[in-house]
Write a protein that binds this ligand. Structure first.
Ligand code: PLP
Length: 399
């Protein structure tokens, strides 16, 4: 049977302490033990189902983690205080001083900055590669390589990673494939395609209301337990713990994710098709003109579409800025970073979310300064939206 992530989430059943239809929120940092021996065993990591201290785990965080593990089809998951909290914990867990990482060069700016600027302090080096060129990925692997890292749909260029092929390569060299799936929750299920660890920034589509930051690591029980090991776990010791109240609120939002993703995808697909018809330089994985179009069709769960992200190149940063300001004035969306909101969000990645990447490297990877990244919202009437967008572009002589 075909893997259906939303069905897996729906099949979970939780009740609150008093029969509430939502699970009770664990409002405690610490937990009592009936016997001193159990406390000792819990520290040793031997007692399942016992809570110790909320930096380690809490019932609310476990509920959210279980739901996200169901979504990705992994044994379990650990939630974290932010997407970067998940990414840095995974890297620190898998790497030692002297390790090497092979990473896609088109990744989230914060991840890029961490690998490029921070990890060398620990003598961890990263080779940034064109992830769509498997020969280049393979040629970069050294005996010190501890992970292959990529995004399923890359930020901001929307390149599609061939997860099956990358997983086969990772297996050949006995290293894990770590995939950031933030742009494509439900659309793509990387572990089902062979990835070992999946990370999300919950801040984006999964929470969907732009009111908090959060992250998750989905993987095997063994890996997730190692992350929260009291003696050596990066999540436990670096302390990027999600608050229980937040975990409970994100779990409630997760329940509508499938409906939202379908609408984000439907609206983005409509706009991309119209823009292409009008001769605009639009990039969207759902368009046949996208270089990764055939690949995403092999990998995605078609009912959720091709995702809510698209880019439009309007030729120069000045054009991009004028268009974004005008669209905001006309209430077509907000000039803001981040994604997955009900409202369309747009930003020029070269000067915002990818500004950590040096200009020469931006040019090399095809990140032009007239590029606008759109996270398409849940507009009820997307045809009306496009008519208004076109008016803005006409006024600025971009169409
Ligand atoms: C936003 C984002 C992150 C970082 O997540 P935070 O929740 O902001 O820490 C990581 N990867 C991708 C692809 C993102 O879009």
């Amino acid at each position: 049977m075909k893997f259906n992530p939303a069905n897996h989430i729906q099949d979970l059943q939780y009740f609150g302490e008093f029969g509430g239809v939502n699970p009770s929120i664990s409002d405690s940092s610490t937990y009592t033990f009936l016997s001193a021996k159990t406390m000792f065993d819990t520290f040793e990591g031997n007692t399942e189902g016992c809570y110790l201290y909320s930096r380690h785990s809490s019932p609310s965080n476990l509920y959210l983690g279980e739901a996200l593990a169901a979504m990705e089809g992994t044994e379990t998951a650990n939630v974290t205080a932010s997407g970067m909290g998940a990414i840095t914990a995974v890297i620190m867990q898998l790497c030692d001083a002297g390790s090497h990482i092979v990473s896609s060069r088109t990744i989230y700016g914060g991840t890029y900055a961490f690998m490029k600027n921070f990890l060398p302090k620990l003598n961890i080096e990263t080779s940034f590669v064109n992830i769509t060129k498997l020969e280049e990925v393979e040629a970069s692997i050294t005996p010190q390589t501890k992970m292959i890292y990529c995004e399923s749909v890359s930020n901001p260029l929307l390149e599609i990673a061939d997860i099956k092929a990358l997983a086969a390569l990772a297996k050949k060299y006995h290293i894990p494939l770590v995939v950031d799936n933030t742009f494509s929750p439900l659309n793509i299920a990387p572990v089902q395609l062979g990835a070992d660890v999946v990370i999300h920034s919950l801040t984006k589509f999964i929470n969907g209301s732009s009111d908090c930051v959060g992250g998750v690591v989905c993987g095997t029980k063994e890996f997730c337990l190692s992350l929260k090991d009291v003696n050596s776990g990066a999540a436990m010791l670096l302390g990027s713990t999600m608050d229980s109240l937040r975990a409970a609120s994100i779990l409630k939002n997760l329940r509508t994710l499938h409906i939202r993703m379908k609408k984000h995808s439907e609206n983005a697909f409509y706009l991309a098709q119209q823009m292409e018809k009008d001769g605009l330089r639009v990039v969207y994985p759902g368009l046949a003109s996208h270089p990764g179009h055939e690949l995403i069709k092999e990998q995605y769960n078609s009912e959720y579409g091709f995702g809510g992200m698209l880019t439009l190149d309007v030729g120069s940063l000045d054009n991009a800025n004028s268009l974004m300001e005008l669209m905001q004035q006309r209430n077509l969306g907000y000039l803001a970073v981040s994604l997955g909101f009900y409202k369309t969000l747009f930003s020029a990645p070269g000067t915002s979310t990818s500004s950590e990447i040096p200009m020469e490297e931006q040019i090399e990877m095809g990140l032009s300064d007239g590029l606008i990244r759109f996270s398409i919202g849940l507009d009820n009437d997307i045809e009306r939206t496009y008519i208004q967008m076109k008016e803005c572009m006409k006024e600025l002589n971009l169409l």
